[in-house]
Design a protein around this ligand. Structure first.
Ligand code: 5GP
Ligand code: MG
Length: 177
């Protein structure tokens, strides 16, 4: 069996909690009296989504969408496709996309264009982390948690080869360059 690569903590669970609290306050301020559809991008955003929505004090609907672009490794490969699409109409609705990390921007740019074609009333992006050093396509992040360095992150929902999603802290994967 391959040995598990080492991980080191970048953001502790306490830092993540404080960040999620702050994002929830911003959303509670801006979505007061609204009734948005939150769309989580699977799989990485599931833990963030679960923690975030418990702090929201306006009515929310929760949907998930799954896109494919990554193989098993650390680089986005090839064309982005919708693997599991929306099961509910979003025309005329306020849409809030919940993403784990914006890296090159290719995935989120594709998704935002896909959603806008369905003519929602608004589309905003809430991302837990941003890795701006790797950006290829400009992306406006309306609600941003943490800016991260050019490292491969795992934990708090993020995987490497489907492993490490269960780590409660956000960690850097070591020695896998
Ligand atoms: P992008 O299309 O912006 O390059 O990549 C976005 C997606 O790639 C993210 O939603 C995430 O699923 C994955 N990704 C980007 N950077 C990382 C990272 O450091 N760690 C993990 N586990 N996934 C990443
Ligand atoms: Mg993702």
């Amino acid at each position: 069996m391959n040995p598990q690569p080492e991980t080191s903590v970048l953001f502790s669970r306490q830092e993540i909690e404080a960040t999620v609290n702050r994002l929830a306050s911003e959303l509670n301020r801006d979505y007061h009296r609204k009734h948005p559809i939150l769309i989580g991008v699977l799989k990485g955003s599931f833990m963030f989504m679960a923690d975030l929505i418990r702090l929201l004090d306006f009515p929310v609907e929760v949907e998930f969408i799954r896109l494919s672009s990554y193989g098993g490794g650390k680089e986005s490969v090839g064309k982005i496709k919708v693997v599991h699409g929306l099961r509910t109409p979003i025309k005329g609705r306020d849409v809030l996309v919940i993403e784990d990390i914006v890296d090159t921007g290719r995935t989120i740019n594709f998704l935002l264009e896909y959603l806008r074609r369905k003519r929602p009333a608004s589309v905003k992006l809430c991302a837990l982390t941003d890795k701006p050093s790797r950006r290829q396509i400009p992306v406006t992040i309306d609600y941003l948690g943490l800016t991260v360095p050019n490292e491969f992150l795992v934990g708090y929902g993020l995987d490497w080869d489907e492993k490490f999603r269960n780590l409660p802290d956000m960690c850097v994967l070591e020695g896998e360059e």
